[in-house]
Design a protein around this ligand. Structure first.
Ligand code: DGL
Length: 270
């Protein structure tokens, strides 16, 4: 009898943001072998052109397939918006799961009909976000707020950065005072800002993230048996990989350290 090789799910982002999806995936699908790849040499994606983002996504996807990944998770709203179609067209036989802002759950849960979406500049002006809003929230008022520099602060582990707090006070709080009751975290980095944003919002609106839903979908399409444990995690980065294990603890994902298969490695993705 031949044994099937264990599925390996490759999760990537421009940097640390996709670790929010990795954490959810490790919980959802403990039997899977996971590889997390941060494209730290090119972070942030959010201020790049669509062509530049597409080039990075294709390079990262190929690099992860070269590492043996049998399923890919594009753990980045910006990369999904600009490049998931190109990635799927390049690898038609690999299941590829993306991350999109939770417009649908926000539209279902809002009591006031008013939603705010926090996103990178690239996601904010993407056609894909406009289509998502038209499809799932046609009768809702949706305010899209481009959040310049927030992902870079998360990369530096400045989760309470004064610039973030000031911008949220200036742009988000007036919308909440005007009735917005759902705040969509439209960038995977922003999941790590949830405690800071919750404190500012003070219960007047709900934060909407999608890491759990993405993890469930990735687990399903990867063919993993989600009920049994012992999957391993490998961490890789296009720059300064040694920093990654430390960031896990700093971002509240210290539990994952015991699943690490070895020291973090460099990923060549050009
Ligand atoms: N984490 C990414 C996202 O979900 C992008 C952050 C960035 O590199 O600008 O959009």
């Amino acid at each position: 009898m031949t044994t099937q090789p264990k599925p390996t799910i490759g999760v990537f982002d421009s940097g640390l943001g996709g670790l929010s999806v990795l954490g959810a995936l490790a919980a959802e699908c403990p039997s899977a072998n996971l590889i997390y790849a941060a494209d730290t040499a090119h972070v942030p994606y959010g201020n790049k052109t669509p062509d530049q983002i597409r080039a990075r996504v294709l390079a990262m996807g190929q690099a992860l397939i070269n590492q043996g990944c049998t399923t890919l998770v594009v753990a980045c709203n910006t990369a999904t918006a600009e490049a998931i179609e190109a990635l799927r067209a390049t690898h038609p036989n690999i299941p590829i799961v993306g991350v999109e802002p939770g417009i649908k759950p926000a539209a279902l849960n809002t009591q006031t009909g008013k939603i705010a979406v926090l996103a990178t500049a690239a996601t904010a002006k993407s056609q894909r976000l406009a289509q998502l809003i038209a499809r799932h929230a046609p009768h809702r008022v949706v305010h899209v707020i481009p959040c310049h520099g927030w992902a870079t602060e998360v990369e530096a582990l400045n989760l309470e950065a004064p610039t973030i707090i000031a911008e949220a006070r200036e742009k988000l709080l007036p919308l909440i005072d005007a009735g917005v009751d759902q705040v969509v975290l439209g960038c995977t980095h922003y999941d790590f800002l949830a405690p800071t944003l919750s404190r500012l919002i003070g219960g007047k609106a709900q934060l909407v993230g999608v890491a759990g839903a993405v993890a469930r979908q990735a687990c399903k399409v990867s063919g993993c048996d989600s009920l049994t444990g012992n999957g391993t995690i490998r961490l890789m980065s296009t720059m300064n990989p040694v920093r990654l294990p430390h960031t896990l603890s700093a971002l509240g994902l210290g539990d994952l350290v015991e699943s690490l298969a070895g020291p973090p490695q460099s990923l060549a993705a050009d």
